[in-house]
Design a protein around this ligand. Structure first.
Ligand SMILES: NC(=O)c1ccc[n+]([C@@H]2O[C@H](COP(=O)([O-])OP(=O)(O)OC[C@H]3O[C@@H](n4cnc5c(N)ncnc54)[C@H](OP(=O)(O)O)[C@@H]3O)[C@@H](O)[C@H]2O)c1
Length: 322
């Protein structure tokens, strides 16, 4: 299999996970990194033994050795930088959210197809051992026909402070709890359901500066129900995802535990679950490029959840929740 040469762009918190993962991904050469702060670039080049360190995005785009870019930059840069990378002939793995709205997300999918390049979104939850194994269980009919997916993703969080307690820029739409956590969970639920959304209902409230409590209900075309409840205002973390089938129940707790009918199948720490998720995600990106096939969590696959997010957001705006 040929080796794929990549560049990682935007060297902040999540980039460290990508750097560690891609450095050990078989078939991948970590050729370049880029961020605007020179001292960060110099540190990463040294720590991860990278061939090229850039502070200008244009240098990544014109580097003929870069076949694929991994965009770990803030949300409001994803659309424009993905357009530029695809137009420069690069494959793209972009951090979530794919773009700022459905129109942009659809544009990106079409552009990737026109350019003959692969577009994947870092829906990392899908790739954690817990969610990946649950997906295989569902496909093999372990719990029969899935009827409902029930999600509670509640935690204390200050808007504008990231998961590593660092201030980060916040976009008015994608900074809401709906997009921030809902993007992962609604995507995972629709992936599990293997179905398109048919009806979307949502209510939201705001305690901080953007919507920070929301409940979304989706009915799929085949009649499966998804209930996804998210909060930035819970005093402690509760992260669970329950799949109810005609013959059994799967339960995922955070990126830690997977149980089948109450029996534990996988148990890791959150950190291990996340690290393994990023490792699997990186491997999937590289292997899809080597095999010239659509990756899991391609732009197209993520679009249905993006449509749900946009509809849910519009409903909460109409209610005056924001
Ligand atoms: N998949 C997941 O589970 C997951 C988890 C966490 C975060 N994320 C996503 O990852 C992205 C980054 O989040 P983060 O928490 O890592 O934020 P972060 O720590 O602020 O990192 C982003 C970095 O991008 C760099 N940057 C900003 N604008 C740039 C530009 N125009 N060109 C190049 N580099 C630029 C900044 O460094 P310089 O100042 O050096 O340029 C900054 O350090 C967000 O979209 C977030 O939603 C996903």
């Amino acid at each position: 299999m040929k080796t794929v040469s990549i560049a990682i762009v935007g060297l902040g918190s999540i980039a460290e996970y990508h750097l560690r993962a891609f450095r050990k991904t078989e078939g991948c050469r970590l050729h370049a990194v880029m961020s605007r702060k020179r001292e960060t670039v110099e540190r990463v080049v040294k720590d991860y033994d990278v061939e090229q360190g850039y502070v200008r995005w244009e240098d990544v785009l014109t580097d003929a050795d870069v076949e694929a870019v991994v965009l770990c930059t803030p949300n409001d840069t994803h659309y424009a930088m993905t357009v530029q990378a695809l137009n420069a002939g690069k494959h793209v793995l972009v951090e979530k959210p794919l773009a700022g709205n459905v129109q942009e997300a659809e544009d990106l999918c079409r552009l990737a197809e026109r350019c003959g390049r692969r577009l994947m979104v870092a829906m990392t939850a899908r790739f954690t051992p817990q969610y990946l194994t649950a997906w295989h269980c569902l496909r093999s009919g372990t719990i029969g026909e899935p009827i409902q997916f029930i999600i509670r993703w509640l935690e204390p969080k200050t808007i504008g402070i990231n998961w590593e307690k660092k201030p980060v820029p916040v976009d008015a739409v994608t900074g809401t709890v709906l997009y921030h956590h809902g993007s992962h969970m609604l995507d995972a639920a629709l992936w599990f359901a293997e179905d398109e959304p048919a009806e979307v209902y949502a209510v939201g409230t705001r305690h901080q500066r953007l919507m920070d409590d929301v409940a979304v209900i989706v009915k799929t075309r085949r009649g499966q129900l998804i209930t996804s409840v998210h909060s930035f205002n819970a005093p402690a973390k509760t992260h669970d995802f329950v799949a109810v089938g005609t013959r059994g129940i799967l339960e995922i707790n955070a990126y830690e535990r997977l149980s089948l009918n109450g029996e534990i199948r996988i148990q890791t720490t959150w950190q291990q679950g996340l690290e393994q998720g990023v490792d699997n995600q990186s491997l999937e990106f590289i292997q899809s490029l080597q095999a010239d096939r659509e990756p899991i969590a391609s732009g197209r696959q993520v679009l249905p959840s993006f449509r749900v997010l946009e509809q849910a957001y519009a409903l909460t705006v109409r209610q005056g929740a924001l």
